[in-house]
Design a binder for this molecule. Structure first.
Ligand SMILES: *Cc1c(COP(=O)(O)O)cnc(C)c1O
Length: 402
């Protein structure tokens, strides 16, 4: 390791220099060839077609339809608006079953669409637990909104069975899941609709952007109208809508990034493998393993820290890593049911969410992507191993300094 790790004093949270001179963060943007991007912008200015379903948005939608093998891809200005319009396009009322272990936008979109979120617990892979979903179904349930967390497909077959049995719409937040598969088929083509985010922190970005994918012609038609205020032609508005349009510069960024996406993913895949190898055998550290039969974008390197086995809590480890300029992150902490307005709407939700509640205290996501070299991932893993071995001494020093 590039720094002497023989004593706890060498930790940056005590008296040492940070392991990394510059911060390594989760979700640092990965962008393709900027020359290609600027060429596209020059073409855009010569056309002077800047937004309103421009040629680059159309090209992007067609490229996504091919890549995800889906009939319709509709581009939006961001992932949250994509989720909201996807929900509104279902023309439903009542409750939507959703995990609490998700980014808050999933749940805000349900509220914004005039629907009521009902939180369901998750299973050991951090995905919606179909048994918990079944228990949450009431006569008011209108839809299930699953989240393909970390790019892993939900248990789609069981959720689809429940949806069919109870007459519910099955929808997915696929914000993490671009270029990932379920049973060998790209995510994007399941349920009624799926929504993606093209935010700068995601594996495939357009600065800000989103997509809804669907196999349903009627839903796709409605979404295209809704995205543009409900206009069917210059002077005719045929439905409620809003402004969900993606701009041409954003589409130019997405098209450029699509050209490099496979190489971003292979960098991520290699780093994930280095982390896996280097973290192996450290007590109390579990690395979430992805199903090797599925394609993954490896955008998230997800640890579970077990305080008893590791010797310190996730938050204590996080404090050490941050001092070393490793900006690892807690995820979905403290989870949606403990954030407003949901905490007030359903103060008892936590009782139904034991896995969510305990997972929130343990999850830690490590930096990955082009800014990290394999040797950095190794150093980070070795530092985590050092913290485990020296946990007692580190805690004693904190107590002493306090
Ligand atoms: C990023 C994200 C969103 C929101 O997408 P934006 O494009 O940032 O609006 C929604 N759900 C999940 C799970 C996300 O990670």
């Amino acid at each position: 390791m590039s720094k002497d790790m023989r004593s706890t004093a060498s930790l940056a949270c005590f008296t040492g220099e940070p392991l990394f001179p510059e911060t390594l963060s989760v979700g640092r943007p990965q962008s393709g060839d900027t020359d290609r991007f600027f060429d596209r912008l020059r073409d855009m200015f010569s056309r002077n077609w800047l937004t309103n379903h421009g040629p680059m948005v159309q090209e992007l939608e067609a490229a996504v339809e091919v890549r995800l093998d889906v009939k319709h891809a509709i581009a939006f200005c961001n992932g949250t608006v994509a989720l909201e319009m996807m929900l509104r396009a279902q023309e439903i009322k009542g409750e939507v079953i959703v995990p609490s272990f998700t980014f808050i936008a999933t749940v805000h979109a349900i509220r914004a669409a005039g629907l009521m979120p009902v939180f369901s617990d998750i299973g050991s892979t951090h995905l919606l637990d179909p048994d918990a979903v079944e228990r949450a179904v009431t006569p008011n349930t209108a839809a299930i909104l699953g989240v393909h967390t970390w790019g892993q497909g939900c248990e789609i077959e069981r959720l689809q069975f429940l949806a069919d049995q109870h007459g519910l719409k099955l929808l997915f937040d696929a914000a993490h899941a671009f270029d990932c598969t379920y049973r060998g088929r790209p995510l994007g083509g399941f349920g009624v609709c799926e929504a993606f985010s093209l935010h700068a922190t995601k594996v495939f970005h357009s600065f800000e952007g989103g997509l809804v994918t669907t196999q349903d012609d009627a839903v796709a038609h409605r979404l295209r109208l809704m995205r543009n205020f409900g206009f069917s032609d210059y002077d005719t508005v045929v439905c409620a809508g809003g402004n969900g349009k993606l701009s041409e510069p954003a589409a130019a960024m997405a098209l450029t990034n699509l050209e490099s996406l496979s190489s971003f993913i292979s960098v991520n895949r290699e780093l994930h493998e280095v982390y896996r190898r280097s973290l192996q055998g450290i007590p109390g550290v579990g690395l979430l393993d992805y199903d090797p039969r599925e394609r993954q974008n490896h955008q998230y390197v997800v640890l579970e820290i077990d305080q008893d086995g590791f010797g310190m809590s996730r938050d204590q480890l996080l404090r050490i890593l941050q001092a070393e300029n490793i900006l690892a992150r807690r995820y979905f902490y403290p989870s949606c049911h403990r954030m407003e307005p949901y905490r007030t709407l359903d103060p008892e939700a936590g009782h139904r969410l034991p896995v969510t509640t305990s997972l929130c205290e343990r999850v830690l996501v490590l930096p990955t992507g082009g800014q990290i070299a394999p040797i950095d991932a190794e150093d980070i893993a070795h530092l985590i191993g050092f913290c485990q071995r020296e946990a007692g001494a580190i805690r004693a020093r904190w107590e002493h300094d306090a």
